[in-house]
Design a protein around this ligand. Structure first.
Ligand SMILES: Cc1cc2nc3c(=O)[nH]c(=O)nc-3n(C[C@H](O)[C@H](O)[C@H](O)COP(=O)(O)OP(=O)(O)OC[C@H]3O[C@@H](n4cnc5c(N)ncnc54)[C@H](O)[C@@H]3O)c2cc1C
Length: 299
């Protein structure tokens, strides 16, 4: 079965898009605002917070970057109108970082301004290491104007501990994740244990500095270590939340966390550019092919 799942995952990118749609459905909340907002409403009703992401990256035309910026601003309005518990996550290259840093700063501050007006929050996703310095500079530019902006920090990068040291105490908001890009050994841990250890170290560092931290992981072992430490050190519950990607199977873990009174935020991607994202997710977990096929057969 494992081999079959792997083969399907390998050939899927070369098949027509309609063939991949049942697989994408598990990870993507539809193509339109309405579909995504409906999913967020359902998550909120089950006790989860959410963060919405319009799928896409590496936009190369300023006009297109501005159009996407306007969509993000409109999305904040829709979230507000529907009274949803939902922030927004934005990839810097989706709003112009591959064109120029100034383009990305202009667009990101526009989005941050909208979030601030509506009392919402903006999370800046972290992309590959080519963009780390620029992304932190974009964050600083936004933070000079608005407080309600935070960034993601990747536990696989050696530099991340130092990056956290550079945040002044209190009033900062980070998402710690392992990191999803294939980075060279000279700048990134490659070993599973080293990445886990660094994740824990970074999480502890954020708490020590009084910052807010989103623990973005599906790694059940890591979640349990975080829970032990939160319990031992009595980390105040207003200083952290757990975060997961929409559709990643977690057994009962998320409901357990909610039952225990912890905050859990689900990252909900959507939009017409669902294809590449879904293929990336499937490559991370080819077992999902089996789940989707058996659901299709049952339905
Ligand atoms: C809310 C959120 C936001 C993120 N934002 C960023 C970001 O801004 N920048 C960045 O570089 N990375 C980001 N990531 C991705 C992250 O860096 C990891 O690559 C990803 O979460 C896998 O690592 P893991 O901690 O879940 O542990 P792993 O050890 O990789 O996974 C633990 C278990 O979960 C399963 N699993 C993990 N991910 C998936 C998946 N996508 N589909 C199916 N099964 C899966 C694995 O098969 C394994 O069983 C984000 C992740 C989350 C949850």
């Amino acid at each position: 079965m494992r081999l079959f799942n792997l083969i399907i995952t390998k050939v899927l990118p070369f098949l027509p898009k309609w063939f991949a749609k049942p697989f994408a459905k598990s990870y993507v909340a539809g193509e339109t605002f309405d579909e995504a907002l409906k999913k967020v409403r359902e998550l909120n009703e089950r006790g989860f917070k959410a963060t919405l992401d319009i799928l896409g990256e590496h936009i190369n035309h300023p006009e297109e970057a501005k159009k996407i910026t306007a969509q993000y601003c409109l999305l904040y309005d829709k979230i507000d109108e529907a009274s949803l518990d939902c922030s927004i996550s934005v990839k810097p290259t989706h709003i112009g970082l591959s064109i120029s840093q100034n383009e990305a700063i202009a667009n990101m501050t526009k989005i941050a301004n909208k979030a601030c007006d509506l009392g919402n929050f903006l999370r800046i996703d972290m992309e590959n290491s080519k963009y780390t310095d620029q992304t932190l500079e974009i964050l600083n530019e936004c933070r000079n104007l608005y407080e309600n902006v935070g960034v993601a920090i990747q536990a696989y990068l050696y530099r991340s501990e130092n990056d956290i040291d550079n945040f002044s105490n209190n009033h900062f908001n980070l998402r710690i994740c392992k990191g999803i890009y294939n980075e060279p050994e000279k700048i990134a841990y490659k070993n599973y244990d080293d990445i886990q250890n660094n994740f824990l170290l970074l999480a502890k560092k954020v708490a020590l500095k009084g910052g807010f931290c989103g623990y973005a992981t599906h790694d059940l072992f890591l979640i349990d270590r975080l829970l032990e430490w939160i319990n031992e050190e009595k980390i105040p519950s207003n200083l952290f939340e757990f975060q997961v990607l929409y559709g990643v199977p977690m057994g009962n873990k998320l409901d357990e966390l909610i039952k225990k009174g912890f905050s859990v935020r689900v990252y909900v991607p959507f939009g017409p550019d669902w294809f590449d994202y879904s293929i990336r997710r499937l490559k991370e977990n080819p077992n999902l092919v089996g789940y989707v096929l058996s659901n299709l057969i049952k339905s």
